[in-house]
Design a binder for this molecule. Sequence first.
Ligand SMILES: C[S@@+](CC[C@H](N)C(=O)[O-])C[C@H]1O[C@@H](n2cnc3c(N)ncnc32)[C@H](O)[C@@H]1O
Length: 302
Amino acid sequence: MRDSETAWRGALYGPEGFFSRGAVPADHFRTAPLIGPELAEALLVLLDRVDFALGRPARLDFVDVGAGGGELSAAVRALAPGPLGRRLRVTAVDIGPERSLPGVRWTRELPSRVEGLLIGHEWLDAIPCPLVTGPHDDPWLARWWPLEPGWRAEVGAPRDAAWADAVSRVRGAALAVDYGHLRADRVAGRYRSGTFAAYRDGRQVTPVFDGSCDLTAHVALDACAEAAGGDRVLVSQRDALAALGLTATAEGTGLAWLESAARASRVAELRAVGGLGSFGWLLHGVGVPVSELLPPLPAWQP
Ligand SMILES: C[S@@+](CC[C@H](N)C(=O)[O-])C[C@H]1O[C@@H](n2cnc3c(N)ncnc32)[C@H](O)[C@@H]1O
């Protein structure tokens, strides 16, 4: 019998895999880039801070790893203001089929060097892991998710390695945005059934490893943070968006009432407690202090 990580990888990225065949989140679930331009607007505020801290280099990167349909890359490209936009190189990285987006470079491999901002938006949850049942002697579990007999878990080591590799290529900042959990809650048994799950056509379904559904699991973002190391913060999307100027108030936007109400409702969805607002933002500064990118914020509590 194939091991669970191999089966998961084949089901998503093998020849008949879910993502290899071109499935994008827009067809099956709703991610923040699909809601509207507001996430891109906030990331451009963050990118401008990174750019300033780097001394406004001649070429500035925005790299979107696990880009899916490329909506985030396309929005950042379209919304980047003049002077920054002229120096900006937007790269979408995905192992699924290439998409043609104006002004966006599409690749299957991470660039070797990134000067600017690298983001993995709901990327790490799509990296397959071993699925195990306790008791188990895996060293990652011993450190991050000690298991009582009968508890189920995902061994997050492949995500840690992927994130550490991505961050090691960056000068500027690297940001992982995802749903996830923290060690204290894992140890306390809050996730004793594990978090492995499957989605198809917008609904949660029973996981099958045949390429017919997305397979995912929450991310141990605290473990990813330690693996990549360096200066970093782990905060909620709700707080991070507010710190980047995205609040639900319609005032001062200069938009007509109907449009400003629609915008306020999109921002509220991005910041909803228990929903997208409870996603973790793991932000590393590389050659740039994180304190120049975000003000002090409460620690993430998923
Ligand atoms: C859940 S989707 C997220 C898409 C998009 N970022 C969003 O939020 O709408 C995860 C994406 O990560 C891609 N992916 C997974 N592992 C990857 C890797 N090692 N390199 C590049 N892309 C990868 C998948 O093909 C898939 O498109």
